[in-house]
Ligand binder design. Structure first.
Ligand SMILES: [Zn+2]
Length: 189
């Protein structure tokens, strides 16, 4: 999949809306991105994650034993990456505001890929990396569908994204779309 193919899937599934939006932050943007809208279609989820898995292959020459994802956002991506790699899929989940392993155990010495849908600051991915290491596992690589970090998320293992897509946002007073006379809508409504 090239970048245009990925963008087409995101647009066709309603994950990428273009228009004039007021985001939850109060900032305005000409785009609204909701990854879950793409992942709600199993075929689209499989297509995107297989492309991501193929892109990650060069990092995984030593093999991979499992994919681990931070719930909830990473669940579908973790599952589909694991399918592509032919390994199991596990997840960390929130308890009292922090990610923990509630149902699965990290196997000491096993090689893990961390899967996530979207990275903005990378906090959840880092928490997941830390969990694997605390259990004695090895994080081989990180795979995310969409990198929204604009280069600001850094990890000490390689991260591969299917597409990089930094949001363009404006303060309402500086919004060119407002200046052109249109009215911002709330995405999803
Ligand atoms: Zn505006």
């Amino acid at each position: 999949m090239n970048e245009a193919d990925v963008l087409k899937v995101l647009a066709d599934t309603g994950a990428m809306l273009t228009g004039h939006f007021e985001l939850r932050s109060g900032l305005h943007s000409d785009r609204f991105f909701q990854c879950a809208n793409a992942l709600r279609y199993p075929d689209a989820a499989e297509t995107l994650c297989r492309a991501l898995a193929a892109k990650m292959q060069p990092l995984l020459v030593g093999g991979v034993d499992a994919v681990i994802a931070p719930a909830l956002g990473g669940l579908v991506v973790g599952h589909e990456l694991a399918r592509a790699f032919g390994v199991m899929s596990i997840f960390a989940e929130k308890a009292d505001g922090v990610l923990v392993m509630r149902r699965f155990k990290i196997v000491p010495g096993a090689r893990y890929v961390v899967g996530e849908d979207v990275v903005t600051r990378g906090g959840r991915v880092q928490e997941t990396v830390d969990i694997v290491r605390a259990g004695g596992g090895v994080v081989t690589a990180i795979g995310v569908l969409v990198d929204r970090s604009a280069g600001n998320a850094h990890f000490d293992v390689p991260m591969t994204s299917l597409i990089k897509m930094a949001p363009t946002v404006w303060e309402p007073g500086a919004c060119p779309l407002c200046k052109a006379g249109s009215k911002a809508e709330h995405p999803g409504s």
